[in-house]
Design a protein around this ligand. Structure first.
Ligand SMILES: [Zn+2]
Length: 51
């Protein structure tokens, strides 16, 4: 989960507000998906930035 979060930063993503939506890029581990997998919104953000 932490590795995926840090990889998200390496890919250019900032922290996301956990009150706005569920994301691996939440600033605190308690708000990250326990699966360590990107959420639907993370995938949407990824494609918006990287195609
Ligand atoms: Zn972070």
């Amino acid at each position: 989960m932490i590795t995926a979060h840090e990889l998200g930063h390496a890919l250019g993503f900032c922290h996301k507000n956990p009150r706005a939506y569920h994301s691996l890029l939440a600033p605190n581990t308690v708000d990250m998906p326990s699966s360590g997998r990107p959420t639907k919104r993370d995938r949407k953000n990824y494609h918006a930035l990287w195609g």
